[in-house]
Design a protein around this ligand. Structure first.
Ligand code: A3P
Length: 274
């Protein structure tokens, strides 16, 4: 009897506990529209979203706390509900796919991507404002983007926009069918069709409809309507990007041309960015 109990205990210690409720992760990309996606998804009655970015699989200090800690970060959900969390840094963090796979190889993942050049400008804008808030100086965009007349390959934001490199890593652990790519540019222009695709991918009852979204002229973006209550995303979402000299912008678009082609090949579909 004691041996049986010990055996059971050892078994329980070896196999990580699976989340008791279906969990969906929005893995990125940073500045792709991840906040818009999670907010729009949580308009659905069977989706409950974690408020904060959990950073479990990418931050060692969190990861060491173990899966029970991760699951304890999730909001309360009823048995029939899905829980969703978003941590945009997962997509570009090399160790994350293996870790998520170890937790659940059958998990459904959402990835929202936008034009890689726009994403770089958005990334720059975010860091710029973060530094401004801390009263720190930041280099002008052109001196970050270009070094010695060429695109500055050392600029981290560029790497985050090399989608095929990161996607290759994810596809080593998950089949393409497990990762739904949301078109972030389309989500900005017309959110409903993109959200209907997400509903379908997650096998959710079709619920989202045109009345859930309305265009707010002042913000210049779609806002959300939830049972009559209207709300837009925070002011830090949808900020103007800095002006970049057309010649540099052109260089940037050219720089991404080949990596984009490789990404399209990898996922078997194209996007408006070329
Ligand atoms: P910008 O602020 O550069 O325009 P994330 O949430 O991943 O940080 O992404 C932020 C981006 O979401 C914003 O980048 C914005 O373009 C995009 N976005 C998509 N839909 C939006 C919406 N309805 N309201 C505000 N921003 C939205």
């Amino acid at each position: 009897m004691a041996a049986l109990l010990l055996g059971l205990l050892l078994f329980a210690m070896q196999s990580p506990p699976l989340p008791s409720r279906p969990l969906i992760i929005i893995i990125g990309v940073r500045k792709g529209g991840t906040r818009a996606l999670i907010e729009m998804l949580s308009l659905h009655s069977t989706v409950v979203a974690a408020q904060n970015e959990v950073h479990f699989f990418d931050w060692e200090s969190h990861f060491q706390k173990g899966l029970p800690w991760y699951l304890s970060q999730m909001p309360y959900a009823f048995p029939e509900q899905l829980t969703v969390e978003k941590t945009p840094a997962y997509f570009t963090s090399g160790k994350v796919p293996k870790r998520i796979h170890q937790m659940n190889p059958n998990i459904k993942l959402l990835l929202i991507l936008r034009d890689p050049t726009e994403r770089v400008l958005s990334d720059y804008t975010q860091v710029f404002y973060n530094r401004l808030q801390k009263h720190k100086r930041y280099q002008p965009i052109e001196s970050v983007l270009v070094k010695d007349g060429e695109i500055n390959l050392g600029y981290k934001a560029l790497n985050r926009s090399l989608y095929y490199i990161h996607m290759q890593n994810w596809l080593q652990y998950f089949p393409l069918e497990s990762i739904h790519v949301v078109d972030g540019d389309k989500l900005i222009k017309d959110p409903l069709p993109e959200m209907k695709k997400v509903e379908k991918f997650l096998n959710l009852e079709p619920q989202l409809n045109a009345s859930n979204f309305y265009f707010n002229k002042t913000k210049g973006f779609y806002c959300l309507r939830d049972h009559g209550r209207e709300r837009c995303l925070h002011d830090s979402k949808g900020r103007a990007h800095p002006h970049v000299a057309p010649a540099i912008l052109q260089k940037l678009y050219q720089f991404f041309h080949e990596p984009n082609r490789k990404f399209f090949e990898l996922v078997g579909r194209t996007f408006s960015w070329k």
